[in-house]
Design a protein around this ligand. Structure first.
Ligand SMILES: Cc1cc2nc3c(=O)[nH]c(=O)nc-3n(C[C@H](O)[C@H](O)[C@H](O)COP(=O)(O)O)c2cc1C
Length: 190
């Protein structure tokens, strides 16, 4: 599915956006628009200007892979074409909650963004430093998602408490894509 083009202007200044961010763990039962989803994915890993992306990457390797989980299924974000490719059809949110230490609010969120990584190219170039660099990059992408959510009037939470193997299996990710972060996003209910 081709996504609408991302916007370059927001509601708040960067400083206001930073100050407004708080982890939100309750969401209204309201879907996100394709425009909002487009903007969140662009913030996470969007491509512009000669292949550069919205987040920095050690050596310009870009090891992160972004997935979107909704009640309809799982989709993979293709940054080069700014599009989503469905990889799994069906509601896997109950199993995702189980894999994430029973954190029920993941199920309430209209979307959960998964930051995963393919570490092969990074390891080939940076050896023992690769794991550190990939975690640093996931932090950059995650913060962009949180701030973009605020700017869209939405709320999000960083989720690190989950079983990697279980999330990998529930989402049926390719062997080489390992989940690093789960970020539920929705209209905050609190
Ligand atoms: C690496 C990391 C992992 C986290 N994992 C979880 C989690 O699994 N569940 C959760 O509810 N919050 C999680 N949090 C959110 C923190 O609890 C939250 O950021 C902290 O309490 C500060 O609140 P604030 O984000 O509203 O400023 C995580 C935060 C970070 C940075």
């Amino acid at each position: 599915m081709k996504l609408p083009p991302p916007k370059r202007k927001g509601t708040y200044s960067l400083e206001e956006t930073i100050e407004r961010r708080r982890s939100k763990r309750a969401y209204l039962p309201k879907r996100l628009s394709p425009e909002q989803i487009s903007q969140l994915l662009w913030a996470a890993q969007g491509v512009f200007q000669r292949g550069r992306r919205t987040v920095p990457s050690a050596g310009g390797i870009y090891p992160l892979e972004i997935y979107l989980v909704t009640r309809e299924g799982v989709s993979h974000y293709i940054p080069q074409n700014h599009e989503l490719e469905e990889t799994l059809h069906g509601d896997v949110l109950p199993q995702l909650v189980q894999a994430a230490a029973g954190q029920e609010f993941l199920r309430e969120a209209p979307v959960n963004i998964i930051i995963a990584a393919d570490d092969r190219a990074m390891e080939g170039r940076y050896g023992d430093r690769a794991e550190r660099y990939i975690c640093m990059e996931a932090g950059h992408a995650a913060q962009n998602i949180h701030l973009q959510a605020v700017s869209l009037g939405l709320g999000s939470a960083p989720i690190g408490a989950f079983d990697d193997q279980q999330v990998h299996s529930v989402l049926k990710l390719p062997d080489e894509h390992w989940p690093l972060y789960i970020i539920p996003v929705g209209y905050p209910a609190e």
